[in-house]
Design a protein around this ligand. Structure first.
Ligand code: ADP
Ligand code: MG
Length: 697
């Protein structure tokens, strides 16, 4: 058996290593910086850098890199070796405090959404000492934030850290009102459940669509899809199991608490969940988890697909963002407590989240918007595009009792007085029954289920942290001014429940009745990315983010542009790949098959008049007609691609992609998939869905 406790964190410059290797005063100074989010003095940084380098070299590292998260959604690194020439013609190993705390990668090739035009091309990276340095592939990786020279965030870490500061500040105000003077810091915690597909590398390499786009653009339904759901929680195939074991070990080495693994609903689909961590660390860890899923898969002759919808008609992959708020002393503020006092505090935080989700449905929807995730949201496998909240019957009944003074739990009449009553216990497992809700309370945390598997969890958590900060700040403003805390609190909670209960829905989110009901309640239904993204830069949202110093207005516009550009680029690549596949292989294969049918029919006729060739002719007719149809769809897509040029403004362009190009792609796919079902196996140029989905034996 492997020595897991010794493996765990062995590649991380964590607190244990720091304490062991840093002089005491340096260690204390560094810890203080981490706790207070302050800058590190250069002399302290020099000592830390030296100790880090020696530790890294002992572990076999030769290079260091600032590891950052640009707006591409994946991580970026630029490696420098530790070597430095000395006078004798040899080298010394060197890593300075300056190199630890600041880097200057060329920012010009990363997405900046127009920021580049206004500001300098250069950017810089700055160490985030709250996230430990680690060794990956022979390099010491320093987690960093990435900004432009004038301080605009160009990455996903900077605003996340800002949003954590915002919620810290506002939640502490609330805790102080409840007389809590001991908590020094409030953080949010996240445990992201990650879904993914594993397929064999050999079939992957035969599918240009998977290679270019991460998803199949063609493919007729396989005879056996996920109908039997026999894969779900099924026994794990040996090859997959080997992959999972190695993945766990790689993640453990990096201090990532990989905990749960199982098969998902679709064939070839699996899930990994870690133990939750502080949000910015959970985000770093999730990025590393996705990266290592891909790396380890390759080692096993497999490919890990993180796309939200690799296969049509088969469940796609999501990411469940389990989120809660906690004090530095480890108290979960979304955990119903044992005493009336704790319960009052819980109810205040709960109503803040309810109000936040209702007030900022649009932003939560934006945080799950992408071309890839558009294939899932609103389909009956993932939450709908309508944001609502599941609280479970018990908690909903309690809220009703609070709002109206009395209520019923089951048949029992209850009276709820805030600050005087104890909440009845509700077992955790009953709170998690509803899997269709986009935002579910699961006992002591919320589970936001709209996010796509390929997303960084940074975006959704920036939004969650900020919208809840805003409600907490409004609550604190009101309560700090009030005269009688208990009655003010009761009035505030009652009013908030009344004003925002429309967002609570405990029923089945997949039904058409809910869509109608949601409309009646005035909830938003932002069906696609194009419907959702423009809300990001609405005034109320700009006010929100600028008030809490999470984004400047310029940064918001830049992000909006980047998101729309990504959308356009994704669809553009897909459209070109479709043309390439149909013109280079699919249409020629249809011709080859037709030629064989023609030959056979002619040969038969030449051999004997009495031989019947009507079957060949019928098939020929069908395939010939469909091939003609395919050709017409190709021409249509080609013409419409030329039309993109007419749209300069980014939202216009994105809308054109959605309305014209996606429609063309769907039509092209329809014909192609029908041709696939007619074609002889030996003529079809690509592995089929069955070949791919069951490629891992
Ligand atoms: P499921 O949703 O499949 O039932 P679990 O209940 O096992 O899954 O938990 C899902 C995730 O929620 C795990 O990553 C777990 O660590 C995380 N989680 C548990 N408590 C918290 C919390 N207080 N804050 C954030 N995440 C949490
Ligand atoms: Mg879950």
């Amino acid at each position: 058996m492997k020595d897991i406790p010794n493996i765990f964190g062995s590649m991380v410059f964590n607190d244990n290593v720091m304490r062991e290797r840093l002089p005491e005063n340096t260690y204390t100074a560094l810890k203080k910086c981490i706790a207070e989010g302050k800058h590190l003095e250069l002399d302290v940084a020099n000592v830390v850098a030296g100790a880090m380098m020696n530790w890294a070299i002992e572990k076999g590292a030769t290079h260091f890199t600032h590891w950052f998260q640009p707006m591409t959604g994946i991580t970026a690194e630029k490696h420098d070796s530790f070597i430095s020439p000395n006078e004798g013609g040899g080298i010394i190993m060197e890593f300075s405090g300056k190199a630890l705390v600041k880097g200057e990668p060329d920012a010009s090739s990363f997405p900046s959404g127009g920021l580049r035009a206004t500001f300098e091309a250069r950017g810089y990276t700055a160490w985030d000492p709250t996230s430990y340095a680690f060794i990956k592939d022979g390099s010491l990786c320093i987690p960093t934030a990435f900004c432009s020279y004038s301080g605009e965030a160009l990455d996903k870490k900077t605003p996340l850290l800002r949003s954590m500061e915002a919620i810290d500040k506002q939640a502490l105000r609330i805790l102080r009102l409840f007389g809590n003077s001991s908590a020094k810091r409030v953080i949010t915690t996240v445990g992201p459940e990650q879904e993914y597909f594993l397929i064999d590398n050999a079939v992957y390499e035969q599918r240009p669509d998977l290679m270019n786009c991460g998803r199949t653009l063609f493919g007729a339904r396989p005879p056996k899809g996920q109908e039997l759901e026999d894969h779900y929680f099924g026994s794990i195939k040996p090859r997959v199991s080997e992959f999972m074991k190695e993945l766990d070990e790689e993640l453990w080495k990096l201090g990532i608490l990989s905990k749960t693994k199982h098969n998902e609903v679709a064939p070839a689909q699996h899930e990994l969940a870690p133990v939750f961590a502080t949000t910015n660390i959970a985000t770093d860890h999730n990025q590393l988890t996705m990266e290592f899923m891909k790396i380890v898969a390759k080692r096993h002759g497999l490919v890990c697909l993180l796309h939200e919808k690799p296969f049509a008609a088969v469940n796609g992959s999501g990411k469940h963002n389990n989120w809660s708020i906690s004090t530095d002393t480890g108290v979960n503020l979304l955990e119903p407590g044992e005493t009336p006092y704790e319960n009052a505090q819980f109810l205040l935080f709960l109503t803040a989240v309810i109000k936040a989700v209702d007030d900022y449905q649009d932003l939560l929807r934006v945080s799950a918007a992408s071309a890839g995730n558009d294939h899932r949201l609103g389909a009956n496998e993932a939450p709908p595009a309508i944001v609502s909240m599941f609280l479970g019957d018990e908690l909903s009944d309690i809220l009703e009792a609070i709002e109206t003074g009395v209520g019923y739990i089951g048949k029992k009449k209850i009276q709820m007085e805030i600050g005087a009553s104890v909440l009845p216990h509700f077992p955790k497992d009953t709170t998690d029954r509803n899997r269709t809700s986009p935002f579910a309370f699961t006992g002591n945390k919320f589970e936001f289920r709209m996010i796509g598997s390929a997303f960084s969890v940074s975006g959704p958590n920036i939004i969650l942290n900020t919208i809840v900060s805003e409600e907490l700040s409004q609550f604190a403003d009101e309560l700090e001014k009030g005269k009688d805390f208990k009655s003010d609190l009761t009035a505030l909670i009652k009013r908030t429940i009344k004003g925002h209960k429309r967002i609570i829905f405990n029923g089945n989110n997949y039904t058409d009745e809910w869509i109608k009901e949601a409309e009646k309640r005035g909830l938003l239904n932002l069906k696609s990315t194009i419907d959702a993204l423009p809300t990001f830069i609405e005034k109320k949202n700009i006010d929100l983010f600028t008030k809490h110093k999470v984004f400047s207005k310029t940064e918001m516009h830049s992000r909006y542009e980047i998101l729309l550009e990504n959308y356009c680029k994704t669809i553009h690549i897909e459209a070109l790949t479709m043309l390439d596949m149909t013109k280079k292989n699919i249409l020629p294969s249809c011709f080859a098959y037709q030629q064989e049918l023609v030959r056979l029919a002619l040969d038969k006729k030449a051999l004997a008049r009495s031989l019947n060739s009507s079957t060949e002719e019928k098939m020929l007719e069908k395939i010939s007609a469909l091939s003609g149809c395919l050709y017409a769809k190709i021409e249509k897509l080609e013409t419409d691609i030329l039309g993109i040029r007419e749209h300069e403004q980014i939202l216009d362009k994105a809308t054109y992609y959605k309305e014209a190009i996606i429609a063309d792609m769907a039509a092209l796919r329809g014909v192609t998939d029908e041709l696939e079902t007619l074609s002889a196996k030996k003529f079809w140029p690509y592995p089929t869905y069955a070949d791919i989905l069951y490629s891992v034996k």
